[in-house]
Ligand binder design. Structure first.
Ligand code: DX5
Ligand code: ZN
Length: 216
């Protein structure tokens, strides 16, 4: 069995005390953080852009995986790279030239990820799997934290987990992962779970982190 990796989603953190919210999960053992960028166009919600990512970079050495839920990601990839991200993920549904966008990320020595919506067929990814570092399987429709896990996405995780053994990418799962869903997600063979409300809304966040990691 693989070791669990949890990437806390700051979307559910209290941004008025961001530094302590980051330290809380890093001290609990998280070594990566998930940043959700939304443009009010690709998804019906807004969050933040490269300016805030750059500020977060100054607050932590944790690996920053940045999930772009934006139309025309190509126009902003360089800005997010310059902001200091470690993995940059864009949606296959949003890009007009997936190969070009992967190349742009990789030539800057940043890890490249592709995200896929619940309604998108998983085999659309096949031709890119030799070139990317990360696949983000959306298990909710992107846009908001706190939504229910879509069970049909488990099949995509299994499909990708089978392929990832021979290739060089890891698999993340994003949306609705919490104490009641996390075991079946890891049973598929994925590497990383993104947990937002299932972690930050707990009364005792470090204790919840341990529980999700199956440390107690
Ligand atoms: C949803 C975002 C997720 C979100 C997950 O569009 O991409 O990263 O923060 O939140 P939870 O864990 O609450 O479903
Ligand atoms: Zn996300």
């Amino acid at each position: 069995m693989k070791n669990r990796i949890i990437s806390p989603s700051l979307l559910s953190a209290d941004f008025s005390r961001l530094k302590s919210q980051i330290d809380l999960v890093v001290d609990a053992g998280a070594n990566r953080l998930h940043l959700d960028v939304m443009d009010g166009h690709f998804v019906p919600n807004f969050t933040f852009g490269p300016f805030i990512v750059k500020a977060i970079r100054k607050l932590t050495n944790a690996h920053l995986e940045t999930h772009l839920m934006i139309s025309n990601p190509h126009n902003y990839i360089q800005d997010f790279i310059d902001a200091g991200v470690d993995t940059l993920i864009f949606h296959i549904e949003a890009s007009t030239d997936v190969e070009r966008d992967i190349d742009l990320i990789k030539k800057n020595n940043v890890l490249a990820g592709l995200a896929i919506n619940p309604d998108t067929e998983v085999n659309i990814l096949d031709k890119y799997l030799d070139f990317i570092d990360y696949v983000l399987v959306m298990s909710v429709n992107p846009g908001f934290g706190g939504q229910g896990f879509i069970e049909s996405t488990l099949k995509k995780m299994e499909y990708l987990a089978n392929l990832s053994e021979k290739k060089n990418f890891i698999i993340g799962v994003d949306g609705g992962v919490n104490l009641s869903t996390i075991d079946k997600v890891y049973d598929t063979g994925v590497d990383v779970t993104i947990v937002g409300s299932g972690l930050y809304k707990a009364d005792d966040v470090p204790a919840r982190f341990d529980k999700l990691m199956k440390k107690n």
